[in-house]
Write a protein that binds this ligand. Structure first.
Ligand code: NAD
Length: 362
């Protein structure tokens, strides 16, 4: 007797530029991980971004969105390129990104910032700071806050021109991201930092109150609060203190880029976007890098690490996710690096070989 392997469906959206090259490597790695851990993945490919514009006139065709909705998870490459740079905003490849996130109801963005020891020299921070270890996960609320509140250009009573944006969070929005953050901290080292500006903003006082309320359901998680200005400082002087950081849309936008740069290379940064269900969207943080597309030079590790996040957060396959991350670390320890991250004595390899080297270490 042999049991049927569990089968998962992934929608794959390679996109433009280096997207197809890096996604191909991630698929290889997922397949090897499936063999090793006893699951099977079926892939359905669809278009997004520039290639979708060429074929259908729109950056996110309805068929692509429908396919994603009926899948267990979505793996995406990157979109954009010079040929579409002059199209109006809503017709550009990047419009497809906003549309897919809202179309799938994704309200939480996960951005890890990890410094791998072989790449410690790539970090702009001094080694005396980074050697304590940097492994941070930033959870940013993605669909609320000041980016989505009412905004307007006005003329004041004195006839002066002015503009305003409104920061607003509903209770339900804060509760759901807080809950997700506590759950995520539970899957990691059990520490959560909520970042706000509660000394000034009413929205932040409201946010903090709700996070404290939700924390009652998670007595095993250590919770602390930081003002955003302090958090920005702490990230560069004591990054080792952080495990999971949860924050609103605008603060998260800024802090996740700051934290990302602690690691030193855009080619190493994965991301995930999640919503109410287990369906998530996984993609590298970098763009389509048209300057190196089609030359087997792209670093596929950001996409491979995104695939690891997919296994962890959508499929709850923690050992398989960890196996991918460990394999990536081993490749780097063996001094095999793509040119964007290559240290002085590294052997420089291409995108395809990097995929193979990770596969070989799973
Ligand atoms: P980019 O991230 O594509 O590239 C910035 C620089 O980093 C380039 O020099 C590139 O060669 C390098 N780089 C990026 N990823 C790399 C990788 N995996 N390996 C090695 N080097 C890598 O950003 P950009 O140049 O500002 O934008 C290019 C296009 O991508 C634009 O059309 C932009 O709108 C789009 N974009 C898309 C996304 C996305 O799909 N999520 C994100 C950012 C930018």
């Amino acid at each position: 007797m042999f049991a049927m392997k569990k089968t998962y469906n992934i929608a794959v959206l390679p996109g433009d530029g280096i997207g197809p090259e890096v996604v191909k490597q991630a698929v290889k790695v997922l397949n090897k991980t499936g063999e090793k851990f006893g699951f099977y993945i079926e892939y359905s490919y669809a278009d997004i971004g520039g290639i979708a514009i060429e074929k259908t006139g729109t950056p996110l065709p309805d068929e692509t969105l429908e396919l994603c909705k009926s899948s267990d998870a979505v793996l995406m490459g990157a979109v954009g390129g010079y040929e579409w740079d002059n199209l109006p905003g809503d017709k550009r490849p990047e419009a497809g990104l906003l549309k897919i996130r809202s179309g799938l109801g994704l309200f939480a963005n996960y951005r890890p910032a990890v410094i791998y020891s072989p790449l410690i020299g790539a970090s702009p921070l001094q080694e005396r700071i980074t050697k304590k270890g940097v492994d941070i996960l930033i959870l940013r609320e993605l669909t609320g806050g000041i980016y989505f509140g009412e905004k307007k250009r006005i003329t004041t009573k004195t006839g002066e021109q002015a503009a305003y944006d409104t920061m607003i969070y509903r209770r339900s929005e804060v509760e759901r991201i807080a809950r997700l953050a506590f759950e995520t901290a539970r899957m990691r080292r059990g520490k959560l930092t909520s970042v706000d500006k509660a000394n000034v903003l009413e929205v932040s006082r409201f946010w903090r109150e709700i996070v404290i309320e939700v924390s009652k359901e998670y007595p095993d998680i250590e919770l602390n609060h930081l003002y955003v200005d302090n958090a920005a400082m702490q990230l560069v002087i004591h990054p080792e203190q952080f495990d999971v950081i949860v924050t609103g849309n605008m603060f998260g936008d800024i802090l996740s880029d700051e934290a990302a740069m602690l690691t030193g290379s855009i080619g190493m940064l994965p991301s995930a976007s999640l919503g109410e269900s287990s369906l998530g969207l996984y993609e590298p943080v970098h763009g389509s890098a048209p300057d190196i597309a089609g030359r087997d030079m792209a670093n596929p590790l950001a996409t491979i690490l995104s695939a690891a996040m997919l296994l962890r957060y959508s499929f709850k396959l923690e050992p398989a996710a960890k196996a991918i991350e460990d394999a990536v670390e081993k490749v780097l320890e063996d001094n095999l690096m793509t040119c964007d991250i290559a240290t002085e004595n590294a052997k420089v390899i291409g995108c395809e070989q990097m995929g193979d080297e990770v596969v070989a270490r799973i």
